[in-house]
Design a protein around this ligand. Structure first.
Ligand code: NAX
Ligand code: K
Length: 572
């Protein structure tokens, strides 16, 4: 963990990747053929590292440059003593792939890329070089059937049971969104599940979002010599902006990230000035709820304290003060009974950040929201506060750049229904009761239309990153969408993904109270002066790191208590 915790790397769209490659070729850094040779060599090398004894491999080559990489893999594994079968297409690929195909033909034949061909002989390994970044529409016909076969193989051992290695991506995965082209959103039908995916230069958005991690298996990012210097230039004209990502096993020094100086950040998190007093490290205010809602706010409070806020005050209504008297004893308690009382409290300028939502109750959150926003204080809005926001006539009114919203997907959909709908894509109509003939007919018609919509899908698909960027721009503040692929966007930094999906401990974060802790960490960081975007990123990184450090068996209460151990690994 240690120094990698806040390190990030570029997360590209397919268009940005193409621009990068074109730039490299246009500036004479490398020819397309050289890049293809390096890409294929990287895949062959990763295969040989994991399967050192040569066996039988079948390489599936598609119509484009991904197929070209496949022909290189076939040649290099053949040279290394593997028994290689290649299944490919008659179609003439671009010049580089055609050259690689020609070179392969000097060593071996090419059988037709069909389900029948795939099933004909057992092999130890399958290499999927059918589609990569060029997949723009759902596969059809024989290739679709073949991909379904490969997909099934991974799930239930049927048809092809050997491990699959994907070149750049499992074919069918939209590398801009992490969804499967032609499938309902969230469904992985029709795309193979790889044991290993070898991609080039930088991960693409689809490798870390949604189904990407489940389909890619282990993800290796191979350097193919696209120079880092001048890296920003070729992207200049390409919207959307370059995103960044972080996560275990993804860390890499980056060419540019002015927003996040790792060393400085760690120093600020870990140290407190020797001459400072508690107020020099910020005072966080948590607007807790009424009777019976104590736990959530205390989890947030504990996290804010652990992250180094000088003081944390829990502010329930007077009637619930007694309930909030439970540990931690480091907490201060002071009642806040309504909006006027809150405005009065916030006249104290030493309160540097506030949190509303965890266990606050929707009604109380609704009552306090406007007053809290009016003060312009750095504010985290979570849970009940997000529901309260979404119930207002103008949900986003009053939000300011000092706010962080931390919705899960359901809360996000209530706040930004149109964006959530764009993300969901076509929705399966609900089936009617069988006895209602007219409804059944209408349902069948809707189903047909739905299937036609799926078949007509064109990539690149709208992604979670697109949705969160739009949401942040609309709200005028930082938005953190929680999930295994936590996405952050805001006015103060580049769009960002905290990719925990490749992390075995991450699913343990799906536990009651985990979100309250995340909100508390962000609050603590903001109280200490981090700013909203940085606070959100610090929160996402520490939250995931605490889960990783604690491991299986984690409950939300463990997260704040694990933070000191995480900080220990950061010592610089
Ligand atoms: N451009 C470069 O310099 C490099 C590219 N590389 C490889 O090239 C890949 C991208 O190559 P391409 O842009 O040729 O794209 P792909 O090889 O991913 O496939 C695109 C081809 O498939 C066709 N196609 C798209 N959707 C289809 C569908 N549903 N059914 C049938 N055909 C469909 C396209 O018309 C195109 O011919 C990367 O993923 C990577 O593997 C690497 O060799 C590294 C260097
Ligand atoms: K592929």
């Amino acid at each position: 963990m240690g120094k990698d915790l806040f390190a990030s790397r570029e997360l590209l769209t397919s268009a940005q990747m193409r621009a990068l490659e074109n730039h490299a070729m246009a500036t004479g850094l490398a020819t397309g053929l050289a890049l293809m040779e390096r890409a294929g060599a990287a895949v062959a090398q990763e295969i040989r590292l994991r399967w050192p004894v040569p066996g039988r491999v079948v390489v599936l080559c598609g119509p484009g440059n991904n197929g070209g990489d496949g022909y290189v893999v076939a040649r290099l594994l053949d040279e290394a003593g593997w028994q290689v079968r290649v299944l490919g297409l008659e179609t003439a690929p671009g010049p580089d792939a055609a050259e690689m195909k020609r070179r392969w033909r000097e060593r071996g034949g090419i059988e037709a890329l069909t389900v029948e061909g795939l099933r004909r002989e057992e092999a130890d390994l399958t290499v999927d070089a059918i589609f990569g970044t060029g997949l723009t529409r759902p596969p059809e016909g024989e290739i679709a059937a073949l991909l379904r076969d490969l997909g099934n193989a991974a799930r239930d051992g049927h048809a092809v049971s050997q491990p699959l290695v994907a070149v750049d991506a499992p074919s069918g995965l939209c590398l801009d969104s992490g969804a499967v082209l032609g499938a309902r959103r969230g469904a992985d039908a029709g795309a193979p599940h790889a044991r290993l995916t070898v991609t080039f230069d930088s991960p693409r958005r689809g490798h870390v979002l949604e189904l990407g991690p489940a389909l890619c298996g282990e993800l290796v990012i191979a350097d193919i010599g696209l120079a880092r210097q001048g890296r920003v230039a070729p992207f200049g004209a390409i919207a959307p902006p370059i995103a960044l990502m972080s996560g275990p096993r993804f860390a890499a020094e980056q060419a540019f990230e002015s927003h996040f100086g790792h060393d400085e950040l760690c120093r600020n998190l870990l140290t407190k000035s020797a001459t400072g007093h508690k107020f020099s490290h910020g005072h966080a205010l948590i607007l807790a709820g009424g009777l019976g809602q104590g736990g959530a706010a205390r989890l947030s409070a504990k996290a804010a304290l652990r992250v180094g806020a000088g003081l944390v005050t829990l502010a329930p209504p007077t009637e619930a003060l007694g309930e909030h008297a439970l540990p931690p004893d480091a907490l201060m308690r002071r009642a806040v009974d309504g909006p006027e009382d809150l405005l009065h409290r916030l006249e104290d300028k030493r309160i540097t950040a506030a949190l509303l939502g965890p266990g606050s109750g929707i009604e109380r959150a609704a009552a306090l929201l406007s007053a809290l926003l009016e003060t312009g204080r750095p504010t985290v809005l979570d849970a009940d506060a997000l529901t309260a926001l979404s119930r207002r006539a103008e949900p986003l009114a009053g939000l300011h750049p000092g706010c962080v919203l931390t919705p899960h997907l359901g809360e996000f959909a209530r706040l930004f229904p149109d964006l959530a709908e764009k993300l969901r894509g076509p929705v399966l109509p609900a089936s009617p009761p069988p006895e209602d003939m007219a409804a059944a007919l209408a349902w069948h018609a809707a189903l047909k239309a739905d299937q036609a919509a799926l078949a007509a899908m064109r990539g690149p698909l709208y992604s979670k990153l697109d949705a969160v960027c739009e949401a942040a721009a609309r709200a005028g503040c930082t938005v953190l969408l929680k999930g295994a692929d936590t996405v952050i966007a805001g006015p103060d930094g580049p769009p960002f993904v905290q990719a925990s999906s490749y992390d075995a401990a991450a699913p343990w974060l799906a536990t009651a109270g985990s979100g309250d802790v995340l909100a508390g960490i962000i609050l603590g960081a903001m109280a200490r002066g981090s700013g909203p975007y940085r606070g959100a990123r610090i929160g996402a990184a520490l939250h995931a790191a605490a889960a990783r450090s604690f491991g299986p068996g984690l409950i939300a209460d463990d997260l704040p208590d694990t933070l000191p151990k995480v900080f220990h690994t950061l010592a610089i």
